[in-house]
Design a protein around this ligand. Structure first.
Ligand code: IMP
Ligand code: MG
Length: 183
């Protein structure tokens, strides 16, 4: 039987246990690196919302959260290279330590634009944590991911916040979509 969680078009990539263990490690690392500081986690909607929720609870510091939304691929699964801010921050970030939280870095076009944009607002520091890194299609080669959860192959993945046409964000695990035409 095909259910939302058991779909023959999925090939398991990362289990909920693997993700949770890695998120704990990333949280501990950020806690150590930002000791004595009060970073702001900036979640990039919508894909990063589940990762941010879990990561936040592993950071044992005075930490706050903000969200931004940028134009996505919509229903397409390829980056257009065009980045538009749809929802901006509600606060000024001058002098603040920012940690951008992303679900996946693919071409890097979205992130390179966003990181520069945040830096230009006078932030004290801007770091990037991404649950997934898909290095093969990278266009912005110099993009630095300060904290990376997992490297993934050059395939379309869903679950744990990542969607295919807005579906499958609710999967507790991450799976490769075997045939993207079928999602
Ligand atoms: P980039 O500008 O190409 O790095 O785009 C990154 C964004 O594209 C991510 O934040 C995701 O929303 C989306 N994306 C890229 N690859 C995937 C994938 O395999 N599954 C789901 N979304 C993806
Ligand atoms: Mg995204």
């Amino acid at each position: 039987m095909t259910t939302e969680f058991e779909n023959p078009n999925f090939e398991a990539l990362l289990s909920a246990e693997q993700i949770n263990a890695r998120v704990k490690e990333l949280g501990a690392q950020i806690t150590r690196d930002y000791a004595g500081r009060e970073p702001i986690l900036i979640g990039i909607l919508k894909g990063a919302c589940i990762f941010l929720s879990d990561l936040l609870r592993e950071i044992n510091l005075k930490v706050s959260i903000e969200f931004m939304a940028v134009s996505s691929y919509g229903k397409a699964q390829k980056s257009s290279g065009e980045v538009r801010i749809i929802k901006d921050l509600d606060v000024a970030v001058e002098g603040k330590d920012l940690i951008v939280v992303e679900d996946i870095v693919d071409t890097g076009l979205t992130l390179s634009y966003l990181l520069q944009n945040l830096q230009s607002r006078g932030a004290n520091s801007v770091a990037l944590v991404s649950l997934l890194d898909k290095p093969e299609p990278r266009v912005v080669k110099e993009l630095k991911i300060n904290y990376c959860g997992f490297h993934v192959p050059n395939k379309f993945v869903v679950g744990y916040g990542l969607d295919a046409a807005e579906r499958y964000r609710n999967l507790p695990f991450i799976a490769v979509v075997k045939n993207p035409d079928l999602v």
